[in-house]
Design a protein around this ligand. Structure first.
Ligand code: PLP
Length: 276
């Protein structure tokens, strides 16, 4: 018997598993839940990592992903799709085919190219495949500046605007370039949202001290959750940026190295009776 409930929008999160819980699918589940949606998940790869760095990736076989997707989406149609770490060319092929066969669903891609600890997570062939197969199907991509430079294939002195124009030209619907990795390391961080034919939107926030694991996953998953409930892109991005900043502000140390964003900070604060 079906339980009578109110419904929640569904976000299909596709990405890797990080056993430390800082990044990857666990980050997605928490951020999606905290932003008013329910996460259904497909895990593209398992990883060996802790809060310091990623040591190895173990791709899940694409046939298994296909069977999981078919069974899942026939039962739980997604209202948005969030893509994170892919980890293999086969996973890119699988995801490209999946979104092609489910048109009309907003797709957010966090192009995960390098781990916070420095390990490379996507080589040039994988990036080429993402560029050709995924970018044209994405409503939003959320690179930081090094990722934007790498994915756009431009020189290392390219500006965020150069990169965004190239990425929009390759077919991405919108490009949100986060400013955390800006070389100046200024106290104020500027995030920039680019869309074709629409003026750029910038937003500033205070730089927080320390290093965090999973901030990119948190941001992209929060935008996807907002899009899943029908929020327009501009507001979805603004509220996801604010949510991510708050999660970093309340981050905690679960290991020796990068801090874990506290995506469930609102639960703690409501338990303590603190107003935001
Ligand atoms: N997803 C997984 C499974 C990862 O291991 C990583 C980085 O190590 C990421 C995503 C990206 O993390 P971040 O949001 O810190 O860029």
């Amino acid at each position: 018997m079906r339980v009578q409930t109110t419904s929640l929008p569904l976000v299909l999160a596709i990405g890797g598993h990080d056993p430390s819980g800082g990044a990857g699918i666990q980050a997605d589940i928490e951020a999606i839940g905290a932003n008013g949606a329910h996460a259904v998940t497909l895990i593209t790869c398992l990883t060996e990592q802790n809060s310091c760095n990623v040591q190895a990736l173990h791709p899940v076989e694409p046939q298994l992903l296909s069977r999981q997707a078919e069974l899942l989406l026939a039962d739980s149609p997604a209202d948005a799709i969030k893509i994170g770490l892919l980890g293999s060319l086969e996973a890119v092929d699988f995801v490209a085919a999946l979104i092609q066969s489910h048109p009309g669903i907003p797709v957010v891609l966090d192009p995960v190219l390098t781990a916070g600890g420095g390990s490379k997570l996507a080589g040039t062939t994988l990036q080429q495949s993402m560029r050709e197969q995924l970018l044209p199907q994405c409503d939003l991509i959320t690179p930081n500046i090094p990722e934007a430079i790498s994915l756009s294939g431009l020189d290392s002195d390219a500006t965020p605007e150069d990169c965004a124009n190239r990425l929009l030209g390759l077919g991405a619907g919108a490009v949100l370039i986060t400013g955390t990795h800006e070389p100046t390391q200024a106290n104020e961080i500027t995030h920039r949202l680019y869309r074709t034919g629409v003026p750029i939107i910038t937003s500033q926030c205070q730089r927080l001290p320390g290093e965090y694991h999973g901030s990119g996953c948190t941001l992209a998953a929060a935008v996807a959750a907002r899009l899943a409930s029908g929020t327009p892109m501009e507001q979805a991005v603004a509220s996801a940026l604010d949510f991510t900043w708050q999660s970093l502000r309340y981050a905690f140390q679960s290991g020796r190295c990068q801090a874990t964003p506290h995506r469930l900070y609102r639960l703690d604060r409501s338990r303590q009776g603190v107003d935001e």
